[in-house]
Design a binder for this molecule. Structure first.
Ligand SMILES: *Cc1c(COP(=O)(O)O)cnc(C)c1O
Length: 462
């Protein structure tokens, strides 16, 4: 490349205004939201980095596809367009649409698991874990050692520990009905998995006669990391890498709200005829007829186009570079983040940044409040609020106290990102003054979504 600047590979045709607020307005809004950013109104947020799921901007080609949406109940043209796209990229024989990723997980786990089973994964995403456990099975995470430490640099920190996988299969004959790998590894910081690792896991699973599935939500981002980091793939395009990766698996679950570039949707795909039959039977009960599966015809069209757009090298270069750019700016400013940068989000390390706040006073949560108060930025705590609550009602501090800034696809420009960096650098000057929070009301599980908080020092966050 002759020029160093990587630009947004699109121009903007429709704009959605975002609203500046004053500090006083934000202070009132967060107080009304019980110091929980999930309870804010979206309109009161300036830059919303809560999640990259379903929050992306669609292209003119996706919108044009939506106008062609065929709402025929059975056998709609839009289904065949969708099926063709998924089949072309994944190669799987059976393509089953669902309303989002967790519905695909729910159906697959219902078709394949029984109580007492074990499902190994590099790291289960929370909905995958919940679906496995819902069937009475154990969701076993097998990350490589480097995956435990936010500071170690490893090009494929999302990899699975293959020796551990082999041990689990050897020691539990008949109890492992499914092996999964999540690309990229969302719960582990959006870190990629190498083709070598996927190939190894696939070979081990096949040796034990166990089906191997991918949680493929960010398959395109993972393909880009393979293209840029793994020896032997520099000449392969992202779509070629994606096809080679899917060829190693027996099936996949997918949330089209991520690398499907759509606002809703998902699918389940596999080669096994009998499993597909069982899944379609459940689908009819819970989602809909097999040619729409809980989606409108126009949603299927948007996904059919979006899957290819997610694999466009210009788009992927820009997307991955944006996260890296943010991480570099943080490193220069001395703000601790999880390293190396992941594919869809920047993870601030609140434990290292705010060492004066103990886990019991929720440093990540406090930081998420400061980001909102100081800059109108919304981010998600991934720490002791999210993971500290045990099923028996006790508290156990999380391993890591992170704040995730997830980037919606094609939504924000570089100046938005520069603004976010400037706010973070300002927050850095306040860091030692940031105070913790306490919980004043919480539900029995998944408390981060709805719990009510208060500053430890009334009215004082920083
Ligand atoms: C988002 C996500 C899911 C679940 O998909 P939904 O569409 O949110 O139901 C599953 N696995 C991973 C890795 C995800 O990121």
């Amino acid at each position: 490349m002759k020029y160093k600047t990587i630009i947004e590979p699109f121009r903007i045709k429709t704009v959605e205004p975002i609203r500046q607020t004053t500090e006083a307005e934000r202070a009132a809004a967060i107080d009304a939201a019980h110091y929980n950013v999930f309870l804010l109104r979206g309109e009161d947020v300036l830059i919303d980095l809560l999640t990259d799921s379903g929050t992306g901007a669609m292209s003119v080609y996706q919108w044009a596809g939506m106008m062609k949406g065929d709402e025929t109940y059975a056998g709609a043209r839009s289904y065949y367009a969708f099926e063709q796209a998924v089949h072309d990229i994944t190669g799987f024989r059976h393509v089953i649409p669902t309303h989002q990723g967790r519905a695909a997980e729910h159906i697959l786990t219902g078709a394949m698991l029984k109580p007492g089973d074990i499902v190994p994964n590099n790291r289960h995403f929370d909905t995958t874990r919940a679906n496995v456990e819902h069937r009475g099975a154990t969701a076993l995470d097998l990350p490589i050692a480097e995956g435990h430490d936010p500071q170690t640099l490893h090009p494929f920190k999302g990899n699975m520990d293959l020796d551990a996988l082999e041990r689990v299969l050897r020691d539990n004959p008949g109890k492992v009905p499914l092996v999964m790998i999540t690309v990229t590894n969302n719960s582990g910081g959006g870190q990629p998995v190498s083709m070598e690792n996927i190939r190894g896991a696939s070979a081990i699973a096949r040796r034990y006669g166990v089906p191997f599935y991918l949680d493929a939500c960010r398959f395109a981002e993972n393909s880009w990391f393979v293209h840029t980091r793994e020896p032997g793939y520099a000449d392969r395009t992202p779509i070629e890498i994606a096809r080679a990766m899917f060829a190693l698996a027996d099936g996949c679950t997918m949330s089209a709200k991520k690398d499907g570039m759509a606002n809703i949707g998902g699918f389940l795909a596999m080669n096994d005829d009998a499993v597909a039959q069982r899944c379609r039977n459940t689908l009819i009960l819970t989602e809909g007829f097999p040619t729409y599966g809980g989606l409108a015809g126009y949603d299927l069209e948007a996904i059919a186009v979006g899957l290819y757009e997610a694999l466009d090298p210009d788009y992927l270069r820009y997307r991955i570079r944006m996260v890296e750019y943010m991480a570099e700016k943080m490193a220069t400013a001395g703000i601790p983040t999880v390293r190396p940068a992941g594919g869809h989000a920047l993870y601030l390390d609140a434990k290292r940044w705010l060492p004066h706040i103990p886990a019991s006073e929720f440093p990540g949560w406090a930081l998420s409040l400061v980001l909102y108060l100081e800059g109108g930025i919304r981010a998600a705590e991934i720490g002791s609020v999210m993971f500290g609550q045990q099923p028996d009602g006790t508290e156990r501090p999380a391993d890591l106290e992170l704040v995730r800034l997830a980037f919606p696809r094609r939504v924000y420009t570089q100046s938005h990102m520069d603004y976010v960096c400037e706010v973070l650098m300002h927050v850095n000057t306040l860091a030692s003054r940031i105070r913790g929070v306490r919980i004043i009301e919480q539900p029995a599980a998944l408390r981060h979504f709805t719990a009510k908080f208060a500053p430890l020092v009334p009215g004082v966050i920083a």
